[in-house]
Design a protein around this ligand. Structure first.
Ligand code: FPP
Length: 249
């Protein structure tokens, strides 16, 4: 009986809860630049501005966790000019946005190995950001940087193996806790919704373990053109979806 009532509420178009955690694959900066006939780094620059606006919007909407895929382990294959440019944008982002992030009570986390290969000034900016926002209690903004999901799982499992006695069983909870989204960053819940821009429809080694029950939203919009209004309308559409987590009402 209760199940029937709950289902009816859903059918009447009643809004479901806001997603707690939204993750975004910010894709299409290169194509945006190509279409405009401008250097690729201008696409990344415009993409950084789009990202800043989405952070504000997510915070204003009361979303608790926002995760962005800023730089994958595969991105090292790009030219040194492009890679260097992306990290310069990170340094500029911290310089211009850290004050507002602090005012908004945003806590920043880095998902990924930010000590490895990353230019020194970017590491210093990351350290400053993490230290000065660590105690904040508002929106949790996770930047996946030098991140790859399979490597994250391997790293987590190896960490568990080194802590355990031989033959001891490992649980799903243990693996979750061992990931970048686990203990070391305050146990971030799995993403409810993963958005990818630019018309591509794949995960590209992003949050593979954490995405087990995530909903997906794909848009043709190139990331630099992705506006807060579209973010909001994707969230609204998500709130009309029925989520069953493998069960059925
Ligand atoms: C994908 O576009 C985007 C990236 C590889 C980098 C994303 C980085 C930013 C938005 C800004 C930097 C981040 C911070 C934290 C300051 P693409 O170049 O793969 O686009 P394409 O598929 O059209 O070539």
């Amino acid at each position: 009986m209760v199940a029937i009532i709950i289902k009816r509420v859903g059918e009447m178009g009643e809004k479901k809860p806001m997603p707690v955690h939204v993750a975004v694959i910010m894709d299409g900066n290169g194509r945006w630049a190509e279409m405009k006939g401008v250097p690729k780094l201008l696409g990344h620059n415009q993409g950084t501005i789009a990202m800043e606006n989405i952070v504000r919007k997510a915070d204003d909407m009361g979303i608790r966790y926002l995760t962005v895929y800023a730089f994958s382990t595969e991105n090292w294959k790009r030219s040194s000019e492009e890679v260097g440019g992306i990290f310069r944008l990170l340094v500029k982002f911290v310089k211009t946005e850290l004050r507002e992030l602090k005012e908004r009570n945003v806590k920043v986390n880095i998902l990924g190995d930010w000590h490895d290969r990353i230019p020194e000034d970017a590491v210093a900016s990351i350290r400053e950001t993490l230290e000065s926002t660590q105690k904040n209690t508002g929106l949790v903004f996770n930047i996946a940087l030098n991140y790859g999901s399979r490597a994250e799982i391997v790293r987590g499992v190896n960490k568990l193996l080194s802590e355990r006695d031989r033959g001891e069983q490992i649980t799903e909870e243990d693996i979750s806790a061992s990931l970048f989204t686990g203990d070391e960053n305050g146990n971030i819940p799995d993403p409810d919704l993963i958005i990818r821009t630019s018309g591509e429809e794949r995960l590209s080694n992003f949050l593979l373990w954490q995405a087990a029950y995530s909903e997906f939203a794909f848009t043709d919009t190139l990331w630099p053109d992705f506006m807060p209004e579209e973010f909001e309308s994707i969230i609204e559409e998500y709130r009309t979806r029925e989520r069953r987590y493998g069960g059925r009402l």
